[in-house]
Every structure is written in structure tokens, then in C-alpha cells.
Design a protein around this ligand. Structure first.
Ligand code: TYD
Ligand code: MG
Length: 467
């Protein structure tokens, strides 16, 4: 005989009797009925399921990995998909999740894998249209528009699929669960059913999840703990680049990223993101002042990018300060340090700061590059294009060491940079670098670096700057 119990949809508390209000968290109308299947009462692990940590046989084999053929995706997963695992790909609506999934599934299908793409959001003809746009209309990928999960899994039970895409979790529902699609209870139950399916059939399930703007109540956050891999697909509106970021991975490293650009015909891998974000930095342009190269770390990957500053005399009583892609408070702090410790005052200037390509950078390691760009713009003097800057500036003007200096230097070297300005106490192995390293302890020294030509501009340029 099966027993009934009541579970709060909000906090998960369990009660034997239904009530309008949850006794644990006080929320109204969230108690849902669940049926508990009876156990034998004498269950125990089978012999084959028992093992000790020291029993190495249990660890001998690394899991086999299924490569999707999309390098940036495989890289983000930690080197391909692990059979029987459940991956959650979450992101804002419209960011490109369905596109990524369709391309991935098609690639796998072309590689001879058994795949299926189930969409609860679009009709089959809409998916076909998208496939045509992506140039994938000739791939014999089984498609279905369906939301009834029991039916989907029953249909695929004997189909022997290697990879199954379900787009999206918010649209899937189980008949046996009395809750609307997209509710917490429905989503949890669906993930549970998929997990069970994945483990039993050894299929990989790629699960799409929308992040809802109004908090994460019905969002994918609530199911992150149940899946093996959590990835976020991110990007800025108005910019083409997309980053696939891994937040959780039971079978690999977290903090990996994959970089793509969204083009009219689909997502394109960016295997050299530094070159992408640096843009035309290499070209030596006499007017390209106010631009400094910076090496940031995205996930575990060093990325070179461009900090652009524009400093102009302001007609306003309160000059404008605007930043895109970086922290305005950080800019205010650097300006105060430049004023106090370098006698460079910008209080009568409008200042604009921009990170090229639409990247968002929060790390203080960018301080030095921001300062270099500001100095350069103020003096209408371009920085040499093969210089890269990184270091955190403290309130006293001191330049402090930053993490992962070695990786940043390596990346800059790979891209043909010749000089790096770094904090004085940065540790880097001797053999490591073909770059000329300039170590500085104080912001004043940046201002005084001879070969950077951050010297006062010639009189004519200065008159123009002051006009
Ligand atoms: P989509 O994959 O539908 O996003 P999601 O599933 O995350 O909601 O992508 C939608 C956006 O991507 C849409 O604004 C159009 C754009 N897009 C392209 O720029 N190029 C393409 O090839 C495709 C298919 C979409
Ligand atoms: Mg979609």
C-alpha cells in the first residue's frame, strides 16, 4: 500500500497532513500531495554496489567521453560529454541556447551519434527554419515538438540514444505530478525522471533552462544541485560574443569557458578570443591615444582586451564620468590616486572609459591599464601598441601583485606583445618570458616609464588638448 505525504513547494518541508500554510516556512497554498511507494523495509546494498574508498578498482577507469566536435563546447565540458550525465545549459531568453543545442546535436549526428532534439518551445517547422538558417537542413536529426515527459522518455526508452536535447525544462511536465509546467515541483520531478533515464540508458541529456528575470524561484537555480554539469550561456545585448561558462562539473574542472560569436548563420567558435577582443590594436595609429592592452582572466583562461579612455575638457560644472564594461567606483578611485599621488588632476575633464567588445571586467588587476589609458588620452599620446599592463592600484598609489600573472604574460607573448608593465612583487619563473618585463611599485613610475612615450605631448598637440 502506498502512503501519502505533503511537501512544501517553497521550502521542501514534509508533513503527514495537508494544511493551507506550511508549518516550517509559513508560505500559503504551497503544500502538494506526494505518493510514497512502499519499500520492503529490508533493503540493503547489493554486494556489487558496496566498495571501499581504498578499493582502486572502483576508480580504475576514467569515464569515456563523447566529443561533440564543437571544440569550444567540448572544452567547456572539460573534454567532451560523459555518458549517463545530465547537463543544464542556462541563460537569458534569446541569448542563443537553442541555437547552440541544435548545432551541437547536428554535429553529433553527423559524427554518427544517435541524437534526438525535443523542443517544448518551438514547433517542428520553426526548428526546421532555424536549421535551414544554420545550414543544417540536411542532417537527419530526429526532431519532435513535445512537452509530456513520460511520453518522451517512453518513446526513447528503446531508441538507444547517445545524446538527448530537451529544450526547455520549464516546458516539460509529468502527468503523475499535480503541478503546472515550470513550477518548482514539476521541474524537480522532471529532472528526477531524466536523471533516472540517463543513468539507466547511459544517455547524455542536455537540458536547457531559462533564467527568469524576477528571481530564481522557478528558475534553473532550484535544480542545479541535481544535475552533473551546470553551464551558463552569457553575452551582452548588442554584442555578438557569447561565453559558455561552467559553474559546476562533477566530471571536470569548473571555471572553464567556451567563447563563441553569434553570426547571422549561427554560432561560430572563437578559438583565439584575445585576438577577437583586441581588435585592431596592432595597427599603429597616431591618433589611437587612450588605448591600453590588458590581460584579464575569464574562467581559467587569460584573455587580452583593450581598455579605451577618452579624457576631454568639460564645459560642465560637474564633468561627466561614464564607464562601459568596468566599475565606475574603481575609476573614481584611480582618478583620486592620480590626483593625490601623481599630481595629475582631471577634475575639470569629462571622462569616458570603455572595454572593447562588450566584455564586463570586475577584477582590480585592470587598474594599471585604466591608468595608462587615462594618461595616454590626457596627453594625446598613443601608447606603443606592443605594451600590456596589469596590476592593482591601492589607495596609496602602490601597485599590488595580482593572481595568475604567469598566464597573463604567456598569453600576451603568444599574441606578439613585447613589453609588460607588472607589479613589482609578481613572481614569474625566469625561463618563462620573451617579453621585456617592467616592474613598478608605484603609479608614479608608470607615468615616468621612458619608452612608453608617456611624456608631455609636443606643444602643438598640447595646445589642441587644452583648447
Ligand atoms: P535562440 O537560440 O533562439 O535563443 P534562446 O534559445 O536562448 O532563447 O537565439 C535567438 C537569437 O539569436 C535571436 O535573437 C536571433 C539570433 N540568431 C542569430 O543571430 N543567428 C542565428 O543563426 C540564429 C539561429 C539566431
Ligand atoms: Mg530557445
Amino acid at each position: 500500500m502506498s502512503a501519502k505525504r505533503y511537501v512544501c513547494d517553497s521550502c521542501g518541508a514534509v508533513a503527514s497532513k495537508w494544511s493551507g500554510q506550511c508549518g516550517a516556512c509559513g508560505v500559503w497554498n504551497e503544500m502538494r500531495e506526494e505518493v510514497v511507494r512502499p519499500g520492503s523495509g529490508k533493503a540493503s546494498l547489493r554486494r556489487t554496489e558496496e566498495f571501499a574508498l581504498s578499493d582502486m578498482r572502483a576508480w580504475e577507469k576514467d569515464p569515456d567521453r563523447l566529443m561533440t566536435g564543437i571544440g569550444e563546447f567540448d572544452r567547456a565540458c572539460g573534454g567532451g560529454l560523459v555518458a549517463g550525465s545530465l547537463l543544464l545549459i542556462a541563460g537569458d531568453p534569446g541569448i542563443g541556447k537553442s541555437t547552440l543545442m541544435l548545432q551541437t546535436a547536428s554535429h553529433l549526428r553527423r559524427g554518427g551519434r544517435n541524437c534526438a532534439y525535443i523542443s517544448g518551445e518551438e514547433s517542428v517547422s520553426q526548428i526546421r527554419l532555424r536549421a535551414r538558417r544554420l545550414g543544417l537542413e540536411n542532417v537527419d536529426l530526429p526532431l519532435a515538438a513535445a512537452t509530456h515527459l513520460e511520453a518522451i522518455l517512453a518513446t526513447l526508452e528503446s531508441a538507444n540514444v547517445d545524446v538527448l536535447v530537451l529544450d526547455s525544462i520549464q516546458t516539460m511536465w509529468l502527468r503523475s505530478v499535480d503541478a503546472t509546467a515550470g513550477s518548482l515541483l514539476q521541474m524537480r520531478s522532471c529532472v528526477q525522471a531524466m536523471l533516472e533515464f540517463a543513468k539507466r540508458t547511459n544517455a547524455v541529456i542536455l537540458l536547457v533552462g531559462h533564467i527568469t528575470k524576477d528571481g530564481q524561484i522557478a528558475g534553473p537555480k532550484a535544480i542545479e544541485h541535481m544535475v552533473d554539469v551546470v553551464m551558463y550561456f552569457e553575452g551582452e545585448r548588442g554584442h555578438s560574443f557569447r561565453i559558455l561558462r561552467v559553474l559546476k562539473n562533477r566530471h571536470g574542472a569548473i571555471d572553464e569557458i567556451g567563447v563563441f560569436t553569434m553570426e547571422p548563420h549561427g554560432l561560430i567558435e572563437v578559438s583565439n578570443p584575445s585576438a577577437f577582443f583586441l581588435g585592431d590594436m596592432g595597427e599603429n595609429d597616431e591618433d589611437a591615444y587612450g588605448v591600453a592592452a590588458f590581460a584579464t582572466i575569464e574562467g581559467r583562461r587569460p584573455l587580452l582586451t583593450q581598455v579605451q579612455a577618452l579624457v576631454a575638457r568639460s564645459p560642465l560644472a560637474t564633468p561627466r564620468r561614464a564607464t562601459v564594461g568596468c566599475n565606475a567606483a574603481r575609476l573614481a578611485m584611480i582618478l583620486a590616486v592620480m590626483d593625490t599621488h601623481c599630481s595629475v588632476s582631471l577634475h575639470a575633464h569629462d571622462i569616458y572609459l570603455n572595454i572593447a567588445g562588450g566584455l564586463q571586467i570586475g577584477e582590480p588587476a585592470m587598474d594599471l591599464a585604466m591608468a595608462a589609458a587615462l594618461f595616454s588620452s590626457l596627453r594625446r599620446t598613443p601608447l606603443p601598441s606592443d605594451w600590456v599592463f596589469f596590476g592593482e592600484i591601492s589607495l596609496s598609489g602602490g601597485v599590488r601583485p595580482i593572481p595568475r600573472a604567469q598566464a597573463r604574460i604567456k598569453e600576451a607573448e603568444k599574441l606578439g606583445f613585447g613589453n609588460a608593465v607588472i607589479p613589482v612583487r609578481t613572481e614569474i619563473p625566469k625561463e618563462s618570458s620573451g617579453l621585456r618585463i617592467h616592474r613598478i611599485a608605484h603609479l608614479r613610475e608608470l607615468n615616468a616609464l621612458e619608452p612608453m612615450r608617456i611624456t608631455p605631448a609636443p606643444p602643438q598637440a598640447r595646445r589642441m588638448a587644452e583648447a
